[in-house]
Design a protein around this ligand. Structure first.
Ligand code: ATP
Length: 903
């Protein structure tokens, strides 16, 4: 509901709208008014599908062929007069559904919480100050501050628009961006013609602006069309699909097994009811019912761990693709570097170089030339340069609010640093900006790498330009500068890892926003160059080294100059000796084959145009690489979407980039991407542990049963015992194995090829070893106990228990492929420890309580036998320990952890 009647907003003048909505274009709403309106109108969101109720999740657990089969088995046992077997089957099915529902509910819950983290943010003015809030908190009357890349959070009437363009395809079907303005239009104008309005759910592709919110939530145009947006179901990830196919294959295999067991049983003249029940239970044991839930949890837990380390996953598939990433194409500014700019050098048109002292945004420091201090008062050319960089600038500097605090940049750090140097040179930004108000502008654009502003004062007009030197110098009047000298200085500054800006001016003509920069060619007067230092982030050097050890290649893709990029890449270890940097023009001229052949050596792509990022992604992908690509601007969206893992920046990233990316890193830091990769690898590694465990235990049981049948022995396990082991003993630990933490060597392995089979050779070898040990132990024990003449019920109970014991040891084995189970603290994975304790307790209940004895056909086991079972069962642990020891020795022998198997 909206608190205000709606006049025809697009046909009304802004002043009247502001009066109507009781808002102010400059100061915005007060927080109290906004809170009150939010209370009245409700949050600015469209109703979403409610999360599934727990009982629904529970009910869904029964919808599986496996469960139908168990129901049939229960009915048959009931019909044959085995009521207790039927009851057991039903109870086991119930427990299975409960475990499944609880786990799934947990996964669902954490995913919903995580989805909230990627909520759309908007910039508004509240209480006269700029603030960033969630789009759901917007109310009518809020003043929106708009820039390229924003997602529009609500319907709003424009108050200011500087070259503002919006893509409204979602609403009007028009795929080309629409240029916006503030003129009122006819009341009858259709949505697409209301140039003075912006609509919720659309995107801004260029320019800047300011608007007042007129409708939120269901009152917006998009809200009117779709009063209910169904939350799109997350598509299955490649690994999920592979697991599903694998599962289907296993269902087929289990059916074949069913026929086989019935056949053998009848040949051995075992009563049909018994063999039928065993065959059904066995079928159940082969189908890894825990796997789909384990997969969901693995991804959800992976997402959670990544979020804790600063990476928010927007597409589930990214969790596993991250683990397979082999190339990271990273932006430079802010991601590899701190984005804390300090101007350290100036070049004046006369060729005079000025050194700037001091660091950070604090204006403490001096401008020194030829050994003496220089200020704007002493030198007209310096004054012109400093004034230009203050006016052609959208940033602000905030003085320290407390004693310990520092000066803070507000807006683009590149621009804030210019204010610092102006202050050092005695130019006062606030006074100057009041004196020369801005009349027009061409906002900074990362494709053109320049911007321009026009300022007026008492009939005078001043048009100021700043941007990448080679772009801006191309527009300058050759007579005003020594082009060769300036280029040379610019290159020298760049080679010292400085970010270089050129500045120029024109005094005699106004800026035509729509005509762009072309009309100015040859007309600008050069005012000078500035070199800014942006120190690399300390943690990045380590992260780069970690990548290299993990077989991942970092590559810099920057909008900055080639020499600046290469200098920083070399310092960080991204560029090795012999590596090269390629700039936009060189890349453009490079045919596909040449690019493909040179990729190995190119560590820096410089002055990159956003659309070239897509080409870089594709070139790497064509070579079979799994590419992560970072981006923040609107134009980065196609490359982010095409990359295997598109990584958007949480702080500087536009909403459009975030929407196209698969993960968002909250601190814009390269090191965070590396941490996310580590977590991605862990997810895959843990899933493999679960797969190994599930298979080892299923094959164990089937093998023991088939061997007994083949050799003419009675059935070593009762049907209900098989079910118990499968669903209760196994269910207690399988999913908990997913929660294993990092082993520490994840980043010393090669990336996993995306299409690597689920069972690699080392894993198959391990499976074979584990299965043969436990089958030998269990079947050997069974033969021995049979021969010893023990009562059959005891033999069966002991065999049943031994299988459970071997499973418990096996789950400890599966915690690591190389590290000793004894060296891994069991309590580190509290879920697993809990599962083991609970599993043991329940097993004791089945053996030592009379009612359970009746139901499960068990008898109490003498304590001495329990000890023997423990010793025999532990053989699976010792054999694995020996294998792991041999593997560790081999790795040490090879002198490198690289040859480590990833089984
Ligand atoms: P990266 O893509 O690695 O983050 P970047 O931030 O240097 O690199 P851009 O922001 O596209 O990339 O900047 C490219 C060039 O444009 C800079 O080297 C600089 O010369 C110029 N530039 C950057 N910011 C501004 C600005 N606010 N005004 C004018 N020119 C700018």
């Amino acid at each position: 509901m909206q608190a205000f009647p709606s006049p025809v907003w697009h046909a009304t003048e802004p002043g009247m709208i502001l009066a109507e909505l009781k808002s102010d274009a400059v100061a915005g709403l007060s927080s109290e008014a906004a809170a009150e309106r939010l209370r009245q109108s409700g949050p600015n969101e469209l109703p979403e599908e409610k999360p599934k109720a727990l009982w629904r999740v529970f009910a869904a657990q029964f919808a599986s062929p496996l469960i139908y089969l168990l129901f049939v088995a229960a009915m048959i046992s009931l019909a044959m007069g085995h009521a207790s077997d039927a009851a057991v089957i039903l109870v086991v099915v119930l427990i299975n559904a409960l475990i499944g529902a609880v786990q799934e509910g947990r996964a669902e819950h954490s995913m919903t919480a995580l989805r909230r983290l990627s909520a759309v943010k908007v910039r508004v003015v509240r209480d006269g100050r700029e603030a960033i809030i969630e789009a759901r908190e917007l109310v009518a009357g809020d003043i929106l501050l708009l820039s390229a890349g924003d997602q529009v959070g609500a319907d709003a009437r424009l108050l200011e628009a500087a070259a503002l363009e919006a893509t409204e395809a979602a609403l009007t079907g028009e795929s080309l961006p629409v240029l916006k303005n503030i003129e009122a239009v006819d009341a009858e104008a259709g949505l697409g013609d209301r140039r003075n309005m912006i609509y919720s759910g659309t995107h801004l592709t260029a320019g800047r602006g300011r608007a007042v919110v007129v409708a939120t939530g269901l009152q917006t145009e998009v809200g009117k069309i779709a009063s209910l947006t169904a939350t799109a179901e997350e598509p299955k990830t490649p690994l999920e699909t592979r697991l599903r196919h694998f599962g289907n294959w296993l269902v087929g295999a289990s059916m074949a097994l069913f026929v086989l067991i019935i056949g053998f049983g009848l040949l051995r003249e075992i009563p049909f009811v018994s063999i039928f029940m065993v065959a059904i239970s066995q079928m159940v044991s082969v189908v890894p019912e825990g796997l789909p839930v384990a997969m969901t949890i693995a991804l959800a837990v992976g997402m959670q761990r990544m979020a804790r380390r600063g990476a928010i996953v927007r597409r589930l598939a990214a969790v596993e693709t991250l683990g397979a990433t082999s190339i990271i194409c990273s932006d430079k500014t802010g991601t590899l570097t701190k984005n804390e700019m300090t101007v350290t050098r100036l070049l004046l048109p006369s060729g005079l170089q000025v050194e700037v002292t001091g660091a950070g945004y604090s204006p403490e420091g001096k401008l020194l030339a030829e050994g003496r201090e220089l200020t704007a008062q002493d030198d007209a050319s310096l004054r012109a340069l400093l004034e230009a960089i203050v006016l052609c600038n959208d940033a602000n500097l905030v003085p320290p609010e407390a004693e310990e605090a520092h000066w803070r940049p507000l807006g683009d750090p590149t621009e804030a640093a210019l204010l610092t140097v102006a202050l050092k040179g005695c130019v006062e930004p606030e006074t100057l900006r009041r004196e020369w108000p801005r009349r027009a502008e061409i906002p900074f654009d990362s494709s053109l790498k320049m911007m321009a502003t026009q300022h007026g004062h008492g009939g005078k007009c001043r048009v100021l330009f700043k941007g990448a030197p080679e772009k801006l110098l191309a527009l300058c009047d050759g007579a005003t500068l020594d082009a060769a000298g300036v280029h040379e200085t610019s290159e020298k500054l760049a080679a010292r890892a400085l970010r270089v800006l050129a500045v120029a001016e024109v005094n005699d003509a106004p800026l035509d926003e729509e005509a762009g920069f072309e009309p100015w060619r040859g007309r600008l007067r050069f005012l000078g160059l500035l070199g800014q230092m942006d120190p690399p982030r300390e943690e990045v050097k380590t992260a780069v080294a970690e990548c290299v050890a993990a077989g991942i290649r970092p590559v810099m893709v920057t909008g900055d100059h080639k020499a600046t990029g290469l200098a920083i890449a070399t310092e960080l270890g991204i560029a090795k000796p012999g590596d090269i940097a390629v700039d936009s023009a060189e890349l453009k001229a490079m045919p596909e084959e040449e690019l493909s052949a040179s990729l190995e050596r190119i560590s820096v792509f410089a002055r990159v145009q956003p659309e070239q990022k897509l080409r870089i992604v594709k070139a790497f992908q064509a070579k079979g690489q799994v590419v992560a690509m970072t981006g923040d601007g609107v134009n980065d969206a196609p490359a982010l979407a095409a990359a295997d893992v598109g990584v958007a920046m949480g702080i500087t990233g536009t909403e459009v980039a975030k929407g196209a990316a698969k993960i968002v890193i909250t601190d814009d830091n390269f090191a965070t991407i590396v941490k996310a990769i580590e977590e991605g690898r862990l997810v895959y590694q843990n899933l493999k542990k679960v797969v190994l465990f599930l298979f080892a235990t299923s094959i164990d049981e089937v093998s023991v049963l088939l061997l007994a049948l083949l050799c003419g022995y009675p059935l070593p396990l009762a049907a209900v015992q098989i079910l118990w082991i499968n669903i209760v003993t196994e269910g207690m630990v399988t999913v908990n194995l997913i929660l294993e933490g990092l082993e520490g060597d994840e980043m010393r392995r090669r990336p996993t090829p995306v299409n690597e089979p689920l069972f690699t050779r080392p894993m198959l070898e391990r499976l074979l070893l584990m299965v043969s040990t436990s089958v030998a132990a269990v079947f050997g024990f069974f033969l021995w106990r049979q021969a010893s003449g023990a009562p059959f019920a005891l033999v069966q109970t002991e065999t049943f228990t031994l299988i459970a014991v071997t499973q418990w040891f096996n789950v400890l084995n599966c915690r690591s492929a190389t590290q000793s189970a004894l060296s891994l603290d069991v309590l580190r994975n509290r879920w697993l420890a809990g599962g083991l304790i609970l599993g043991n307790a329940l097993h004791l209940l089945v053996i030592y309580t009379a009612p359970m004895n009746r139901i499960f056909h068990t008898v109490p086991i003498p304590l001495a036998d329990v000890a023997i079972l423990g010793v025999i069962g532990s053989s699976v642990l010792w054999i694995e320990e020996i294998r792991k020891w041999l593997v560790r020795r081999r790795i040490q022998g090879a002198g490198s952890a690289r040859s480590m198997t990833s089984a």
